[in-house]
Design a protein around this ligand. Sequence first.
Ligand SMILES: *Cc1c(COP(=O)(O)O)cnc(C)c1O
Length: 391
Amino acid sequence: MKKGRFGIFGGQYVSELLMPVLIELEEAFDRICPTEDFQRRFRGLLRDYGGRPTPLYYAQNLSGLVGFRVYLKREDLLCGGSHKLNNSLGQALLASRMNKKRIITETAAGQHGVSAAMAGNIVGLETEIFMGVKDMERQESNVKRMRLLGGRVTPVTTGYGLLKDAVSDTLREWTTSSRTTHYLMGSAVGPHPFPMIVATFQSVIGEEIKAQVLEKDGGLPDAIVACGSGGSNAVGAFRPFIEEKDVRLYFIEGGGESLDADNCAAAFALGRPGVLHGAVMQILQDEHGQIKPSRTRASGLNYPGRGPEISHLCQTGRVKAGYAFDRDVFEAVRVMCRTEGLIPALETAHAIAYVLKNKEDFDRDDVVVINYSGRGDKDLDLIFRHSEDKQ
Ligand SMILES: *Cc1c(COP(=O)(O)O)cnc(C)c1O
């Protein structure tokens, strides 16, 4: 397979100005990342700062409810409250070894912006975060966290003021400042080498799952379920299992209110391949090829494109794509709170909702791992507003 290509997906569809920058980044990643020095520092930070390995928790009460064994891979316990730090630490470390002075990035729910600001501080780099104005309203507490951490939050008013627009603005900014600046891409999207870099740093999730489930349950899991949009937590969890054909893999997107609502984010159900932000991806678009904005309640699932690797895995059938509707997502939050005493991020709740709604996909003696990508503290306002609306 050609570098940076996953079947028909991937590639580098960028302006000539960015090509040398992408080549420099790929060369630096290939040279620096495998060194013992880099790996020791990266693994050390993941362990002592991030709190890895995150536990694999046997959710006994949830298992009793659904009728098969469910384990939660507790990425919510990673410092910062989601899986994002794995990638941010890796890329920030890479940026500092490349002698960059500054990190720029984009964020939607704010989880990635927070982790980028944390990682930037650790390696001593200034961090600027582009964030759509709509997302800033919805994720106020994360805006405060980023600012407290010293990150400069730049509101994006172009387009719909959402993540897609923030990515476009960050890419534009990078074109003019790449000599001193690293773009810390937040998900497994964008032009090569970003999807490869992000997936590599996130693969620690899947490596740990493999070892932990073997130790706790004596074998491989029967299924792994992950939510996503760009696909970084999903690909990270799936990577070490892709050749294990007996392990079923499920990728769950935001269904919004319904498949024909304009807030639906189910790109595998409704979209088709196209070019966005420098790569061929599965994309939510209308019949004229215009990107359709999705507005699922979970900001982190609102990116209209699916990264090249997850796009390919779903297109070839290795990964089954599914979706969860908002009402089932809020119900999954309630179930999770009541059974296990855990408040999941709305994004994460999509994976849980899928399992609750599609029990027939799983057998009685199945072992199912849900990649529990983040915690719901950032979503409390949305969760309460939803339960008030219902009364
Ligand atoms: C960002 C985020 C996601 C979605 O991003 P992916 O790159 O698809 O993983 C999912 N869950 C949580 C908690 C997030 O913060």
